[in-house]
Design a protein around this ligand. Sequence first.
Ligand code: WQD
Length: 343
Amino acid sequence: MNKKDILVTGGLGFIGSHTAVSLHEAGYRPILLDNLSNSELSVLEGIEKITGVAPVFFKGDVNDPSVLNGIFEQFHILAVIHFAAYKAVGESVEKPLEYYHNNVGGMINLLKVMKKQGVSNMVFSSSCTVYGEPEVIPVTENEPVKDATSPYGASKQMCETILKDVHWCHTQCLRYFNPVGAHESGFIGELPIGIPNNLVPYITQTAAGIREKLTVHGNDYPTADGTCIRDYIHVMDLADAHVAALSRLLESKEESYFETFNLGTGNGSSVMEVVEAFEKATGIKIPTTIGPRRAGDVVRVWADTTKVNRILQWKTKRNLQAMMADAWRWQLGLDKSKIKLGS
Ligand code: WQD
């Protein structure tokens, strides 16, 4: 029987690896490409433990045409799910050229090879970062894209613009809110390198005794408890949304060649509410201290999910406590030698 091959760039990353599991469960064969700049080969074992199948994997870079052409010539690729990108907001401010080369240059190279190989279906990993501090909450897909506050955010906006201008490529542009958690098995999850920038891995490393305490970046915001509000979404719900978007493309149901969807729960949670959810889910108290506000943080942002619920017939199934329980199970399985503590 013909395999339904899907190229997944960045396939060993946090969201890419979880999407590989959902693709397998939906009857597709994920072909994983990753340059291992922000992931590890051990993720392959985790995916195999869950699916029972050793994933097809290529070590390589989306900026390398020979690797990409080789894959397209070896497999009948039906669509590309493009995750491969650098994603640390703070790092992008220090290394803008690396971010534009990798994120934007990689997109251009991928599209050139897709055009040459006659593949015209793309699911693109974008981010709610493109909205900046939204005027209207909850955020719909019609919320204007604001001037980016980092080269990372700018690179996502540039990629969206490129995809809008490349009419032969049919794109489902998925704007993630805050992906957290891990597959319920505990075999795959988030592997932050060094000191985690993001809230949930910092919480789990604090609970594991790797970090002394959580510093809350400001509690003097105009919110109920003074801390910032985000729309945290379980990574497996996010993975399932990619399969729904892929089906829409392969069944040619899309209404235009470039469609955007906000992927969130539709609910906002403050930093302290996330801490409380973790403590309730695990019974572990998280020591916290209040620090100064973090530059670039928006006060509140969460998704209006009307469009994605209606058109992709998709909505989130897992709540904040499940996200915390799954993130903790993954952390518990991580032996400390694997955790790149960084400076
Ligand atoms: C969430 C809240 C922090 C750490 C980032 C990227 C975004 C997307 C998701 C890729 C904020 C607070 C955090 C800590 C804290 N990634 N916090 N102490 O910044 O909303 O989004 O990840 O697409 O592009 O910007 O997520 O987890 O870093 O922060 O108080 O040690 O937690 O101030 O209010 P963010 P985050």
